[in-house]
Each structure stands twice: as C-alpha cells, then as structure tokens.
Design a protein around this ligand. Structure first.
Ligand SMILES: Nc1nc2c(c(=O)[nH]1)N[C@H]1C(S)=C(S)[C@@H](COP(=O)(O)O)O[C@H]1N2
Ligand SMILES: [Mo]
Length: 506
C-alpha cells in the first residue's frame, strides 16, 4: 500500500507541477464522470448533492488502496506480478490522461511516473521480506530472528512501507497546495472589472421579504449552487484567454480578454437553474451578472441562414447546445465576466461564462468558455445529449416552499408560509398555496426584480397543532398554471407541485 500511495502521490505532485489536470486521480476521475451512465450521475448528485465529486475522489482512493493491497499480496506470492499490475495501472492512467479534452503533450507523464515509482517501491519493499534477497546489512540477523517472527527485515519493511505511504500522502498534499497557489489563481485575484456601461436598475426594496429560512432574492456567490463535470476547477489565465466564434458564419471572430473588457458591459439579474433540480430542490440561484450581449458578437460574425444552434465549448471539453434564436433575440443572453459585483469565482466559470435567461444551465451556461461554434442541431450534439438529456432545455414553470422548514419544530399560532417561484423569460403572475387539500389561497408576491428572476412569495397562516400538508403552484405571466403532473429531472426538467408535510406542535 505504501508503495502505491507513494507512486500515486508523487504522480499527483508531478502533475501539479507540469500539467494541472493530468494527475492520475483527476484524469481517471474525470473520465469516470464522462463515461458514467446517466443514472449513476443522477444517483451521485441525489446522494451527495454538490459533494458528488468529493465522494468520487474518496471512491477512487478506496479502489487504489484495494489495488495496492492486492498488488502487495501478489508481489509477495508471485513476483513479479505485483509490479506488473502496478505498472499496468500506471499505463491505464497515462492512456486515460491523454484522452482528456484538456490533455497536453505530457499529460501521460504523471500517471506513467506514478506506475514506475509504485512498482519500484513495491519491488524494494517486498524484497525486504525475503531473507535470501535482503540487503547484506540485514542478512546476518534475518535468519536468526525470523523464527521469533520479529525479524528486523519485517520491522524495517513496516517502517519503510509506512514511510513510503507518508511520503505519498505528503506529496499529494503538496500537490493540492500547489494547485491552490498557482499562477492563474494569482491572475484571477488581480482582476478588476470595469464599471458597467449600462447598470441594472436598483433592486426594489420590496423584492426581499427577509424572512428567516427563505432563500434571499440575490444568492451570495459562496452560497450559489455549483454543478459541473470538472473534477478540478479549471484555472484560466485571463491574459491567455480568447473566445473563437466560428462555424456557419460569414466571418470568424476572435475576442481577447482585454477586448472583451473594453466593450460596453451591461448588468442584468438572471436566475440560473439546473435541469437536475428536483421539485423543491436547491440547484437554483439568482445573481447580478455583468457581461456583454452574445447577440452583438454574433452580429459581427453574421451566422448563415441555415444555422439554428450555437455549440458553446469550455476549456475542459464540456459543450452546450443553445438555440441560435435564444442568443439573437432581445433577451439578456450574455458573456458574463462578473457575478454580484466581483469577477466570476473560478467555480462559476472564470474568466468568462455564458448566462442565458429562460434555459437550463446544461444547454446555455457554459463556464470557462473558449469557443462558440455556429452550427445546427442536426449536425452537432452537446455533452449531455447522448447521455439521456434533451437537446433543448427551456425552463419549466416552478415554485418551491422554503418555510416553514420540516424540522424547525413549528409551534401552533400565527406563522407564515413562504417560498420562491420562477420561469425565467416568462415571469410569474401569481402563486397559490393549498393547506390540507383545502381551497387554493392566493399568496402575496414580493416585487419581482424582472421576469428573468425568481420571485419570493408569502402567505400568513394560523397553524393548528397536528400534521399538515402544504402545496404550492405558480401561474406565469402567459396565464399558464404550473402542472401537477410529476416528471423526473431527466430528460428535460422536473415538474409537479412542491409538497411539504409539516407537524405543528402545541
Ligand atoms: N464548463 C462547464 N460549464 C457548465 C457545466 C459543466 O459541466 N461544465 N455545467 C452546466 C450546468 S448543468 C449548470 S446547471 C450550470 C451551473 O452553473 P453554476 O455551477 O455556476 O451554478 O453550469 C453549466 N455550465
Ligand atoms: Mo445543470
């Protein structure tokens, strides 16, 4: 185990030095994410929420430990097969690393190195256990003490194994420390965004009900949900960033970071939602974005009349298919550089991401954006499409109960039921609440920031002791009532009414 830990840890360290996304763990983990069948990913998100990646890395670490134990046993019994197994896994890691979308010419190196170091360490360690083979310094005493079951060779084997494992773990820790302190991160921290040429209208004071337990109308960056396939957050140096607009266009356009910041940037509030959000779920957030309209850049490139889709691509290979129309009509579809008055946090796509009101994130909100390919739905497919999700993802009309919370130990008496409702691009006209299958009552809406954001709602309630069932449903500005028909998130978003059972105490 020590040997393999040493190898894997040194592999990660080497990766951290030379090629951030090519470490054995990251490459294998990233590939597992891409290869995972949709149900596995759904289960992972359901089980671990946004901690799905932590769970994956822990899982891989466990497999590595089991492998290490197996290789050690094999090497002791049937040398050199333990070494061969370790080398083979290094080779698999190296091959996988080269298939990653962000692979560089040397991406195979860390895994291969991990394999070789692991195999050598294993060889050295197991040799210590074999009386005939031990280095001469130990040879004399070994045979005498072996009978006592306490041979120095065994003791030194344990010591060296523990040492190797510790060295491996230290190397892995050093690797993650180096990642955290790398140059791109320094560049990120140095970014100062320009003032908007067009500021967002101030948020009406009546947009925020300020009730404890109710989601704030603007989601702070550090509370904003995060969903993506990136095991390691891509660190992009803005000085090296550029966006290429190509494909079915009359003219290719390239835009650098400085050029983008020189354009008149606009602020807008848009609520971002994930297609994986269950009814009542929390994979949704609202922010003030600063960015430049995609429509203006597409106007420079002049899409050909046959085009009907824009395939946006991230530096890590993720792609999203957005209807061309959603990027050329008058909605606030932007290349965002700012989030709630700060540069985009790395986790949310620094330096540039897309934000498109009215579409789920998986078909519109590409983070770490590098490329816009003007194309057709017939010719191109985005990341999630072959994985069981619809190629188009307009946001469904939804509403959610935030308070009372299930476990808050609500006492009988005057209280308030409150939540949020949304259908970006359409807007919310009304929210109704039903208590214990009674009549639907009109909730009071807070002031909406815009039709592109969610809106808070509330309803006073005199709660009587006992068990109650609360339900809510929204009506959009087109007059449609939220459907009661339950649908799973796959393939194009959950539907149904949010229900909450609540016990009210005397
Ligand atoms: N590069 C990249 N961008 C991505 C994704 C991804 O996996 N990779 N996931 C998308 C999905 S599914 C959603 S819901 C939003 C989430 O954005 P957030 O993490 O900033 O909340 O990002 C979108 N952009
Ligand atoms: Mo998503």
């Amino acid at each position: 185990m020590g040997a393999v830990a040493l190898g894997a840890g040194l592999g990660e360290l080497l990766a951290a030095i030379f090629a951030p996304a090519s470490g054995p763990f990251v490459a294998v983990g990233g590939t597992l994410i891409d290869l995972a069948p949709p149900w596995a990913k759904d289960t992972a998100i359901a089980l671990f929420g946004t901690a799905d990646k932590v769970a994956l890395v822990a899982g891989i670490a466990l497999v590595v430990l089991l492998l290490a134990a197996f290789a050690g046993w094999l090497e002791a019994r049937y040398p050199p097969w333990g070494r061969v197994v370790v080398l083979a896994f290094g080779a698999v890691g190296a091959a996988v690393a080269m298939t990653r979308p962000d692979a560089g010419a040397l991406s195979w190196l860390p895994s291969a190195f991990a394999g070789v170091v692991g195999a050598l360490a294993l060889w050295g360690l197991i040799r210590m256990l074999r009386p005939g083979d031990v280095p001469s310094r130990f040879a004399a005493s070994t045979t005498e003490n072996a009978a006592a079951g306490n041979a120095p060779s065994r003791r030194s084997f344990l010591a060296w194994s523990a040492g190797a494992a510790a060295a491996g773990i230290l190397a892995a820790l050093a690797a993650s420390a180096m990642r955290a302190g790398d140059a791109a991160l320094t560049a990120i921290k140095a970014v100062v965004l320009p003032k908007p040429a067009e500021a967002a209208p101030p948020v009406p004071a009546t947009a925020e009900l300020g009730l404890p337990g109710l989601a704030p109308v603007i989601t702070p960056n550090d509370e904003f949900y995060r969903i993506d396939t990136a095991l390691v957050v891509p660190r992009v140096d803005p000085a090296e960033w550029s966006l290429r607009i190509h494909g079915m266009v009359s003219e290719e356009v390239t835009l650098t970071w400085d050029e983008l910041l020189d354009l008149p940037l606009e602020e807008s509030h848009t609520t971002l939602a994930c297609v994986s959000n269950e009814v009542g779920g929390t994979l949704i957030g609202n922010a003030l974005w600063l960015g430049y309209p995609v429509r203006e850049l597409l106007a420079r490139a002049r899409p050909l009349p046959e085009a009907d889709m824009v395939l946006s691509r991230s530096i890590d290979g993720f792609t999203a298919s957005t209807p061309l129309e959603a990027l050329t009509d008058d909605r606030n579809a932007i290349l965002a550089v700012g989030m709630n008055g700060e540069p985009l946090p790395s986790e949310h796509g620094f330096p540039v991401r897309m934000v498109v009101p009215g579409l789920y994130g998986y078909v519109s909100a590409t983070k770490w954006l590098t490329e816009l390919k003007v194309t057709t739905f017939a010719a191109d497919e985005a990341y999630w499409t072959p994985r069981g999700w619809s190629e188009r993802g307009p946001i469904k009309l939804q509403s959610r109960i935030d308070v009372p919370r299930k476990s808050q130990g609500l006492k009988a008496g005057e209280t308030v039921i409150a939540g949020v409702a949304w259908q970006q691009g359409v807007g919310i006209e009304a929210v109704e609440v039903q208590i214990d299958d009674g009549r639907w009552r009109q909730a009071e809406l807070a002031t909406a920031i815009s039709d592109d954001t969610w809106v808070q709602w509330s309803l006073p309630w005199t709660a009587e002791a006992g068990d109650h069932l609360l339900r809510c449903r929204a009506t959009n500005r087109a007059g449609e009532v939220q459907t009661s028909e339950r649908a799973h998130p796959a393939p194009d978003g959950a539907s149904g009414w949010h229900e909450r059972f609540i016990t009210v105490f005397e």
